[in-house]
Design a protein. Structure first.
Length: 169
């Protein structure tokens, strides 16, 4: 009578489990790096998108348009256009649903929003890590918008931030 051995030995099973564990550990570390890079890219893209939108729309006034940023039957009149109006329009209509990729489900609305109006302009703002992922719009003067974004921690590091000034004359 011939005995056939159709089962795996305990050593073989342990080796397979160890190999799967090693591969899983490598995959988790790699995946974490990919998600961090994606958050940085998404935040930079939000900053660039908002900056270009404001620049392009305000250029329409210089090209002779009477109204800009027409959306949901609401628009801004080029005559006497103020920074505060542009900022309010951008955060209320155009980018109202933009989420902060770092805190999309935060209970605190100012942390979950992707764009917000800064309380005031400062030449050297006090950056905190809670600013990460948020595009701040601030009035530098009645004709200049300061757009600032921290895209990576720590926000105190100037290499982790983007800044733009847009003139709306």
């Amino acid at each position: 009578m011939k005995k056939s051995n159709l089962a795996f030995t305990l050593i073989e099973l342990l080796v397979v489990v160890a190999i799967i564990g090693i591969l899983a550990a490598i995959g988790v570390v790699s995946f974490s790096g990919f998600t961090d890079a994606a958050k940085v890219s998404a935040t930079k893209a939000n900053h660039v998108q908002i900056t270009k939108f404001i620049m392009n729309e305000t250029k329409k006034c210089q090209a002779g348009s009477t109204n800009i940023m027409v959306q949901e039957n609401v628009s801004l009149n080029c005559q006497g256009l103020l920074v505060t109006s542009v900022i309010d329009y951008v955060k209320t209509y155009t980018f109202a649903n933009l989420k902060n990729i770092y805190n999309p489900n935060s209970n605190q609305a100012y942390l979950s929003k992707g764009v917000r109006q800064a309380t005031s302009w400062s030449a050297s703002p006090n950056w905190t890590d809670s600013d990460v992922g948020i595009v701040d719009l601030a009035e530098k003067n009645p004709k200049e918008i300061h757009i600032r974004t921290c895209f990576k921690l720590p926000c105190s590091n100037s290499e982790n931030r983007m800044d733009n000034l847009i003139n709306i004359d």
